[in-house]
Design a protein around this ligand. Structure first.
Ligand code: PLP
Length: 953
């Protein structure tokens, strides 16, 4: 029983008396009995989590507020890929702080995701316009991983001759961000790509080189003319990828216009706060010919069954690049919410607004370059956008500048050779100009000039200035007043189903409550306004919180240490596998490359293993859905000399706690391998068992599943890895900041990954406490078993554990229904929309099935509504099967039904309108109208359009 002032009382859906009822319904006397029947005894924790009692929401608010006060918000001119920005309040309040936008899932069910698909299409259009390309995706994880994706895409698209010749060299200019280089090194090595880093002017091309990567402006702030480089590269059959500053592209000739092949970077400075390193959306644009090789999600335009324009994720609906062991990337969760925000920033400011922001930044940088030179410093950039670099007069020491700037609460950039840099951003104003100049003047013992204004005009050299227009489409030229913008955001919002509407029972995704108290601190400037490379003593609130969070997560997982760096579950998988590979190498076992992966694994598992340079061997499951232990033993033995790891998901993706898991771990260890546990299903473990207890060596956690970070319509995510003691020394380091680890190269751009969303998980753990976390797990298991109990007769539960129980999710059979009636799992998923529900996970891990995960946050009432809906749909299927309903013209095949269909003057269907729209009475009370009907996937892929079109089209 949870006291009603405790957060757990709000987080958990069913009330205490309902929990008792539900236990009774499923045939057990107590929660303990259910858990005993579900979680094997040999892996149960022998003592409760020692995380203290849960705090009330009020207590937590105080605690996190105290931590926030320990972060010092200075004006930061460090740049290096992170810039202060102004999030328009209309976007902050109506998108960032709006649960419709932040609690929705990746738009796999496109018909009820038209709002965020439209917002992401705006984003792609903006990226295409600014970079000068015709193809862009809807975001990657960060600039550094986007660089790695560009490298790998260029590598994968080598010509046949190059592949035959083993062409494997990429030339990288030495003036890319250090964190970009860091991640490139991590990602190149296991794929056999050789990085040659040097001055781009001295690049030597030969038949071994497949690509070139440069930055624009480069890390010194210089705008280089790369046109000759591109020409030479192309003559030598090499592709060119360019890291670009998105704001700079408003003024500079874009890479698409000088024939580069790929342009990527961060869209952070388009209204997304720095947040101590993330989350931010990386953009990625390329020539049209790369559309089939492009990583990430591409939003495309298609049409629905009535011929109306409708949007969807293009190219195989999901992720074309995750092709199991043939994968070219493992990116799954990306940065949808942040891309949405950046897209809205473009919509709100429009071409003139974006131009004037960029122009002001440049004119301030220009003014500073001149004024600081007058004080005796030497300005070193010939052409620049926002960044100016100075060498100091002989009598001025770098320490003087540093001391004086810190005294005025400012951070500058200090280069290794003693030079000083400043990157100007959209927030820089006249006061800031005066403070900056004061520092340089005082350090040089010169009188301090004062400015009352800065020059309005943008004096960019004609040679580098952009001539082409951008953001000309209607959507970027309509919404200038806040009222109009608010209404536009609202208009899109009403087209999406999110957790504000109903349960989203996506198996393996854990769509639980993202509590308001957990979310509140994210908007505070003390968390949002911190640059990731500031001295640690300015971010003590963050540092203390992260240390505590790591300790708590280490205890929850039963491991020794945590890296917070990976930005998604798949990024965690990759990081964990790289740690395992480093461990083997450290022992002289370089040859250990075989990674065993059960056939039921999520596609990102083999994709990550392939990226880590491992050889994938698939192991089968038995008829109960469990890993076939005998077959695994044989495989492990067969590969004993080269065995590196086993990747397992626990409880399995089949929704079952396999009793043999410890035996499985022992087998792998016996043959010298390490056990990697995919933590997607941690929601069934917390407080009851742990990856450490089970016998694994590494696991990643999806903080955006189990630990309450919202999905944001497809990101952000956080995928920290937890490791046993012997692997701690291999955790990823960072080239700019000491993040406490000294192992492999970085896996993300920022030292602590997406730090600004960590308060969500911190709050979740602090407010639930040890007991609340266990209770949440228990109720998640109860909720799943309650649904399974009610749907097993009509649908059938594909797999259960030894005692007939499911874990926190279950796979509903739909194949027998299809066979008998012709109604598929897709028809069921679309019909659910008419009832106001988002479909469960479709056809994963078993084709033709639906995987349901209710989570602990859903109330009994909501579970009952879902059960009633599923059973009502079952009856509708039976009507088709028995001929009561027409085989083709029925509520399932025509689903979802839009408002336009139902109130059209014509109605030619064999069933009533009310049956289409209000199949159950309670739906009338809170009807969600899908804005489009069934979308034509094939049409969208055949006619790929991934930007907005002019209104007349
Ligand atoms: C079992 C499993 N593993 C890995 C992933 C990948 O996680 P992410 O999308 O955060 O990269 C998922 C995502 O749904 C998953 O369900």
């Amino acid at each position: 029983m949870i006291k009603n002032d405790k957060f757990g009382w709000r987080h958990i859906g069913p009330r205490s008396h309902e929990i008792d009822q539900m236990l009774k319904t499923i045939g057990v006397k107590s929660m303990d009995e259910l858990i005993d029947q579900t979680v094997p005894k040999n892996i149960r924790l022998d003592k409760p989590l020692d995380l203290g009692p849960g705090l009330t929401e009020r207590q937590y608010y105080r605690k996190i507020h105290d931590l926030a006060k320990k972060n010092k918000v200075f004006n930061t001119y460090i740049g290096m890929g992170y810039y202060d920005t102004i999030t328009p309040a209309v976007i902050l309040r109506n998108v960032f702080e709006n649960p419709v936008w932040y609690t929705s899932y990746t738009p796999y069910q496109a018909e009820i995701s038209q709002g965020r698909l439209e917002a992401l299409l705006n984003y792609q259009t903006m990226i295409c316009d600014l970079t000068g390309f015709k193809l862009a995706n809807a975001s990657l994880l960060d600039e550094a991983t986007a660089a790695a994706e560009a490298m790998v895409m260029m590598y994968n698209t080598r010509s046949r001759t190059q592949q035959k010749a083993g062409t494997n060299v990429i030339l990288v200019d030495e003036k890319v961000w250090p964190q970009t280089l860091d991640v490139l090194m991590t990602r190149a090595e296991p794929l056999g790509i050789e990085l040659k880093v040097g001055n781009y002017k001295e690049f030597g091309f030969n038949s071994q080189v497949f690509g070139v990567l440069v930055q624009y402006p480069n890390s010194d702030g210089n705008i280089e003319d790369y046109t000759a480089l591109v020409e030479t590269a192309h003559k030598n059959e090499c592709k060119v990828a360019v890291a670009a500053d998105l704001m700079g592209l408003a003024l500079l000739t874009p890479p698409g216009e000088w024939d580069a092949d790929i342009c990527f970077g961060s869209s952070q400075r388009f209204g997304v706060p720095m947040g101590y390193g993330g989350p931010h959306a990386a953009f990625f644009a390329a020539k049209d010919e790369y559309k089939r090789s492009m990583p990430g999600r591409i939003i495309g335009v298609s049409k629905d069954a009535n011929g109306n324009r409708a949007l969807r994720m293009a190219l195989q609906t999901r992720e074309q690049h995750i092709k199991r062991e043939k994968a070219t990337s493992n990116i799954c969760t990306a940065q949808a919410l942040l891309a949405t925000m950046a897209g809205f920033y473009g919509v709100y400011h429009g071409p003139r607004g974006i131009y004037s922001i960029a122009a002001r930044i440049h004119s301030i940088a220009n003014l500073l370059s001149k004024e600081i030179e007058k004080l005796g410093y030497k300005h070193l950039n010939e052409f620049f956008f926002d960044t100016v670099r100075f060498s100091l007069p002989r009598h001025v020491k770098r320490e003087d500048i540093e001391w004086l700037s810190l005294d005025l609460e400012m951070n500058f950039r200090y280069f290794d050779n003693g030079e000083v840099g400043l990157s100007i951003d959209e927030t820089t104003n006249v006061d800031d100009i005066n403070w900056i100049i004061e520092v340089f003047a005082k350090a040089a013992n010169k009188p301090i000039p004062t400015f009352t204004d800065y020059p309005g005009e943008c004096l960019l050299d004609e040679k580098i200035a952009r001539k082409s227009e951008y953001l000309q489409l209607d959507v970027f030229n309509r919404y200038r007043s806040e009222t109009e913008m608010m209404r536009y955001i609202k208009k899109l919002e009403t087209r999406d189903i999110s957790l504000t509407h109903s349960m989203i029972s996506l198996g393996s995704c854990t769509m639980k409550l993202n509590a308001a108290t957990e979310m509140l601190p994210l908007s505070w400037i003390e968390f949002s306004g911190i640059h990731p490379f500031v001295p640690k003593n300015q971010a003590m609130g963050y540092q203390i919180m992260m240390e505590e969070l790591k300790r708590d997560l280490a205890q929850i997982t039963g491991f020794a240490d945590i890296s917070l760096m990976p930005n998604s579950g798949a990024a965690g998988e990759y990081a964990g596998l790289m740690v395992i590979m480093a461990y083997h190498k450290g022992r002289g076992d370089d040859h250990r490359k075989v990674c065993l992966i059960p056939s039921s694994a999520h596609g990102t598992n083999p994709a990550s293993a392939a990226m880590a340079g491992m050889d994938i061997v698939v192991t089968p499951c038995d008829e109960r859905g469990n890993i076939d232990v005998e077959a695994l033993k044989l495989k492990a033995e067969e590969h004993k000399d080269d065995l590196a790891a086993l990747m397992i998901t626990y409880p399995s993706t089949h929704g079952v706690f396999e009793a043999s898991v410890t035996e499985i771990c022992n087998i792998i260890h016996q043959y010298g391998g390490q056990v990697y546990m995919d933590g997607a299903n941690m929601n069934a473990q917390v407080g009851l068992t742990s990856p450490g207890k089970i016998g694994a060596d590494v696991c990643h956690l999806n903080l955006h599943k189990t630990f309450a970070i919202p999905h944001g319509g497809g990101g952000p995510g956080v995928g920290p890895i937890a490791v046993a003691k012997h692997l701690v020394e291999f955790l990823p380091s960072h080239s700019v900041m000491n993040n406490g680890h000294v192992g492999i190269h970085a896996v993300s751009a920022a030292p602590w990954g997406s730090a600004s969303v960590l308060p969500i998980t911190y709050g979740y753990i602090k407010m639930l406490g040890g007991d609340g976390l266990r209770k949440a797990t228990e109720v998640a298991i109860l909720n799943a078993n309650y649904i399974a109990h009610h749907l097993k007769e009509n649908y059938g539960i594909l797999y259960t554990g030894e005692n007939g129980r499911v874990a926190h999710e279950m796979i509903l059979e739909a194949r027998h229904l299809k066979q008998a009636s012709g109604i598929s799992e897709t028809d069921i998923s679309k019909r659910l929309m008419d009832y106001g529900f988002h479909a469960p996970t479709l056809s994963f891990p078993v084709h033709g099935t639906l995987m349901v995960e209710p989570t602990e946050s859903e109330s009994k009432d909501e579970l009952d509504r879902f059960i009633e809906t599923m059973n009502s749909i079952y009856n509708e299927i039976k009507e088709v099967e028995t001929g009561v309903a027409d085989k083709d013209d029925n509520v399932l095949k025509n689903a979802p039904h839009t408002q336009f269909m139902c109130i059209d003057d014509e109605w030619n269907h064999s069933y009533a309108r009310t049956k289409a729209a209000y199949p159950l009475n309670w739906i009338r009370e809170n009807k969600f109208w899908p804005p489009v009907t069934r979308i034509d996937d094939a049409y969208g892929d055949r006619n790929l359009v991934c930007t907005c079109a002019p209104v007349e089209e």
